[in-house]
Design a protein around this ligand. Sequence first.
Ligand code: FAD
Ligand code: EPU
Length: 336
Amino acid sequence: MEIKTDYSLKNLNTFGIEVRVKKYAEADSLESLSACLSEFSQMPKLILGGGSNILFTKDFDGLIIRMRLKGIELVHRDSSCVYVKAGAGEIWDDLVDYALNNNFGGLENLSLIPGTVGASPIQNIGAYGVEVKDVLHEVEGINLTTGKIEIYSNEACRFGYRNSLFKQELKNNFVVTSVTYRLSLEPKVNVSYEALKKELAASAEGEITIREVSEAVKRVRRSKLPDPGVLGNAGSFFKNPEIDKENFLELKAKHQDLTGYETPTGRIKIPAGYLIQKSGWKGRRLGNAGSYEKQALILVNYGGATGSEVLQLSSAIKESVYKEFGVHLETEVNII
Ligand code: FAD
Ligand code: EPU
């Protein structure tokens, strides 16, 4: 396995931030991954997929291992489902395509999310009414403390909204090597998300295919999300905050167009994009970074921004939103 020294990460993070790492390696097999982990056991490590949910704010004084483990395999089939195991380094959207091509249901609402299979359980990726926890069977990987292979069932992953065991107790201490998904042989489409419902309004619900759902999701995404190849970004920068009902009603009295929906715990999730827009930040720049003109929740690099510049912008936005609404925004992107 080739180890690079003092390596630039500019092309390996979708924000396009120029930082360098002391040691860099790409793991394309379990053997090369294990060898690399033992050789650099004492060094701080970061596991990298597509770099689409990371903001680098400084050089990384350690080892970065980029996951390239490939392979998509149908490992089990029962009367209603298939179990599909994919290597951590597979591109997420290639897995979605594989499922669509075989008419396996469950991944279509998650079409076009950038990044890799290995990162999908880390923040429990979600979009258009579906989260990966809805279809994930188990996660396999290496515990960095023990060096042992461990398998986590869906329940053991303790998934929440943009959250999991891998972002909590196992943070920076577990390398996902593969993920197995349970996909449906009798796909039922989920078009409950408002924007998706609107996009598919001309079709009768009983006749919509998973391919049509995927195409509709892609159209909606392309209409409002910036292409990282053109404008650096890492998707939503903050999580949508959850507030209690009373607080929601108070805010709603002042801001009648505020929307919210009840979570299973009885709290109300409100759109951070709305709060940012109403605080005057949509489309506004601070130096080389800004809030995207079509979707305020996405912070973008207009070219040459540093990670600190993006972080400064995010602090200014948080402050304004707190002043205006009394709501704390929590960062969704991983700050390194
Ligand atoms: P990276 O950014 O490389 O890593 C993210 C985190 O996971 C880091 O902490 C990293 O250390 C860790 N990690 C990565 N791989 C592994 C592994 N194999 N083992 C252990 N840890 C690992 N996300 C959504 O949920 N929904 C969306 O709709 C969505 N839309 C987006 C749109 C755009 C335009 C962009 C740029 C991003 C969007 N995202 C969205 C965020 C991003 O696509 C996801 O978080 C994705 O899962 C990140 O994958 P990655 O491989 O790029 O992970
Ligand atoms: N809104 C505004 N102004 C804006 C943006 C949004 O007022 O500039 C309001 C609108 O009322 C809109 C609502 O926010 O109806 C929701 O907006 P949108 O449907 O674009 O979704 P979001 O809540 O901003 C979340 C996820 C996205 C995911 C979409 C679709 C989070 C943090 N973000 O965004 O995930 O793709 O829903 O399900 O939950 C990501 O995680 O990187 C990401 C892009």
